[in-house]
Design a protein around this ligand. Structure first.
Ligand code: FAD
Length: 379
């Protein structure tokens, strides 16, 4: 992939930002406290990261998908958790609004999310509806100008910090995925509460919890898109979201490869740097080759999406599937090259290894991506 000057410039700017702001000291503190510094999120907003792919008329930068990928990639190279803060308004938070929001809704919710004045999260998954999200049981029953929502969403990234949650609920229990609608739910509305913060393996510093809805009244003006059209909204949002996870994967994998190369040149055993052993050098060669292949697939899927290619959805799934699996392989090898030190928190590969484990799980597991890809091949 040959990037044009604009994309190279974005890469340079974001890399500089990530390396300056996301210091070891800052990132260690995030792990220790579980809290991410809001002033860094503010700075990201000021740099335009939170709205990079959001149209200019709603305060965004209106950049293309490739620019967005580069931004997430470069942040995730240094910190996966920081990349989530930059990603959400462009992806799971802003995505459903960009798909279906009215001009009033976009002005009221999208613009402030770009400016980091509000945080919006995405509530699709339920305890009984993960991969099979259409089997959700959260209900939205019409009552005059309002809908009354009842149910429980789980694993909602950012919920404890959020001002609004895009909640998908059944408006017609008899119609499966054609009976789902999307609602913008105020997290401070009566009847809305969060479950406990999940203690996660990685991505510490971005709180995840259940969102519980008990007789929550949502005005019809906060329904997103048409009634019973919510599933399409969620699926289209996830198409874009999958590219975000792909970008996190190639970024984090590059971070692991960088660390592994550096360490293998420094570490002496048997009187020479460990990289002088072909077993280690070839491992690095494999990591770099697979990472390059993953990157090309991700960049290609991003360009196909911008061109509205009819196969873009399949390629977004391929990109997410291949990049996240490859990232996990590379992170594991990077730990191996570090030997015992790779298992110690002082070395960045330990955190990266834990952080990337979820990449093959959230926004559609690898098996769900295989279902999407094979479904496209066999239709
Ligand atoms: C840290 C984190 C953050 C998350 N953030 C959000 C969020 O912000 N919003 C949100 O809505 N959700 C979020 N999720 C939920 C996430 O998208 C789901 O966990 C994921 O889609 C898988 O659902 P599940 O956990 O119920 O697993 P299940 O669907 O129960 O799957 C279990 C296993 O079975 C496999 N499987 C299931 N069905 C099939 C099949 N037909 N064929 C083959 N294999 C199959 C799966 O691939 C998986 O390996 C998050 C999850 C995590 C862990």
């Amino acid at each position: 992939m040959i990037f044009d000057a604009k994309h190279e410039m974005i890469r340079k700017l974001v890399r500089q930002f990530a390396e300056t702001e996301l210091t070891t000291e800052v990132l260690d503190k995030v792990e220790e406290t579980g809290e991410f510094p809001e002033e860094i999120v503010e700075k990201m907003a000021k740099c335009g990261f939170l709205g990079l792919k959001i149209p200019r008329e709603y305060g965004g930068a209106g950049a293309d998908t490739l620019a967005y990928i580069i931004m997430i990639e470069e942040i995730a190279r240094v910190s996966a958790v920081a990349s989530l803060y930059a990603n959400t308004p462009n992806s799971l938070g802003g995505g459903p609004l960009m798909q279906a929001g009215t001009p009033e809704q976009l002005e009221k919710y999208l613009r402030p999310s770009v400016e980091n004045k509000v945080k919006i999260v995405f509530g699709l998954t339920e305890p009984g509806a993960g991969s099979d999200s259409a089997s959700m049981v959260t209900t939205a029953v019409k009552d005059g100008d309002y809908y009354i929502l009842n149910g429980r969403k789980c694993f909602i990234s950012g919920a404890p910090l959020a001002d609004y949650c895009i909640v998908y609920a059944k408006t017609d229990m008899t119609r499966g995925n054609k009976g789902i609608s999307a609602f913008i739910v105020d997290m401070k509305a009566p009847g809305v509460s969060c479950g406990k913060h999940e203690a996660k393996m990685g991505l510490v510093g971005y709180a995840t919890s259940d969102v519980v809805l008990e007789d929550v009244r949502v005005h019809k003006s906060d329904m997103l898109g048409k009634e019973n059209m919510g599933f399409i909204n969620a699926m289209k949002t996830l198409d874009g979201g999958r590219l975000g996870v792909s970008a996190q994967s190639i970024g984090l994998a590059q971070g692991c490869l960088d660390e592994a190369i550096k360490y293998s040149k420094e570490r002496i055993q048997f009187g020479k740097p460990i990289c002088k052993n072909q077993a280690i050098a070839f491992m690095l060669a494999d990591m770099a080759t697979k990472l390059t292949a993953a990157k090309e697939l991700v960049y290609m899927a991003a360009q196909m999406k911008d061109k509205n290619d009819p196969n873009a959805s399949m390629y977004c799934s391929m990109a997410k599937y291949f990049a996240s699996e490859t990232c996990n392989e590379i992170a594991a090898k990077a730990v191996q090259i570090h030997g015992g030190y790779g298992y110690i928190k002082e070395y960045p590969v330990e955190r990266k290894y834990r952080d990337c484990r979820v990449f093959t799980i959230y926004e559609g597991t690898s098996q769900v991506q295989q279902m999407v890809i094979s479904g496209n091949l066999l239709k």
